[in-house]
Ligand binder design. Structure first.
Ligand code: ZN
Ligand code: FE
Length: 257
C-alpha cells in the first residue's frame, strides 16, 4: 500500500490509497476531483473507489463529479444514504471494503456526525479517521455528545500503537498549541509542536500520526492525566470529578480556543 496525501480546499486532506500490485486506488474523502485525478495520473494508477468518512461537504463535495467522470464505487455509512452523494455501497461497523487486494474494515465512530465511520487497513496498520480523530485533537460534536465521542475515540485507541493515523484536516499545530496549554510539562507535546511547526514552514504535511503518538499528545485521549485534569479543574472549578465531564469540558474549551 502506498498513501498519497493530497491537500484540498483550505486545510483538508484527501488521500489516494494505492494497491501497488493491481495499480488501483481509492480516494478517501473526495472533495476536489481534479487534484485527485492528477495525483492518480502521476502515480500511474486507476481510481476505482471512493471511501467517504462522513457527509460534510468538505469530505464528499466531489462524489457526484468523480462518479460522473470515471467508474467508481462510492462507499459510506448505509445510514447516511441520502446524505452521502453518489453512494453505491452502504457499509456498517465490521464490514470490509476492498481496494484491489487491500482490505479495510469499517469502524463506526459517531459524534462529529451521527454516521461517521473510519476505515482501518489492519494488515498495513493504517486508519483513516476523517473528522473524528485528528493529530492532537478530535472533531467538534455536531451530532453527538461527549460520551459518544469518548467511546468512538476509545475504539480507535484499541488499535496497535504503530497504526498510522490519516486524518481529514491539517489542524496539528493549532491542536498541539491547545494541548501544550493544558500540559506544559508534557515533553512529547512540546517536541511534536516544534516538529509540526517546522514541517508546516516547509509546506509539508504533519500527517500521518500514529496511535502511539496520539496516546502521548492528544488531550482527548488523556482525560485521566493529572496535569490535564488540574488545568481543566482550574478553569471549571465546579466540574464533577468524572472522566466524561473532564472530556466534555476539554472539548468546550477547545471550541473557544
Ligand atoms: Zn466534518
Ligand atoms: Fe471536515
Amino acid at each position: 500500500m502506498r498513501v498519497v496525501p493530497v491537500p484540498v480546499l483550505s486545510d483538508n486532506y484527501s488521500y489516494l490509497v494505492i494497491d501497488e500490485a493491481e495499480r488501483t486506488a481509492a480516494v478517501v474523502d473526495c472533495s476536489e476531483v481534479e487534484p485527485m485525478l492528477a495525483a492518480a495520473q502521476a502515480e500511474g494508477v486507476t481510481i476505482t473507489a471512493v471511501l467517504s468518512t462522513h457527509h460534510h461537504y468538505d469530505h464528499v463535495g466531489g462524489n457526484e463529479e468523480i462518479a460522473g467522470r470515471i467508474p467508481v464505487r462510492v462507499y459510506g455509512n448505509a445510514d447516511d444514504d441520502g446524505r452521502i452523494p453518489a453512494l453505491t455501497d452502504g457499509v456498517r461497523e465490521g464490514d470490509t471494503v476492498h481496494v484491489g487486494q487491500l482490505e479495510a474494515r469499517v469502524i463506526y465512530v459517531p459524534a462529529h456526525t451521527s454516521g461517521h465511520i473510519a476505515y482501518y487497513f489492519e494488515e498495513q496498520r493504517a486508519v483513516f479517521t476523517g473528522d473524528t480523530l485528528f493529530a492532537a485533537g478530535c472533531g467538534r460534536l455536531f451530532e453527538g455528545d461527549p460520551e459518544q465521542m469518548m467511546n468512538s475515540l476509545a475504539k480507535l485507541n484499541t488499535l496497535p500503537e504503530a497504526t498510522k493515523v490519516y486524518a481529514g484536516h491539517e489542524y496539528t499545530v493549532k491542536n498541539l498549541e491547545f494541548a501544550y496549554l493544558l500540559e506544559p510539562r508534557n515533553k512529547a507535546i512540546a517536541d511534536k509542536l516544534a516538529w509540526a511547526r517546522a514541517r508546516r514552514r516547509e509546506g509539508q504535511p504533519t500527517l500521518p500520526s500514529t496511535i502511539g503518538s496520539e496516546r502521548n499528545t492528544n488531550p482527548f485521549l488523556r482525560s485521566k492525566n493529572q496535569e490535564l485534569r488540574a488545568a481543566i479543574f482550574e478553569r471549571f472549578p465546579d466540574l464533577e470529578d468524572d472522566e466524561v465531564e473532564v472530556f466534555g469540558a476539554t472539548r468546550r474549551l477547545k471550541d473557544e480556543f
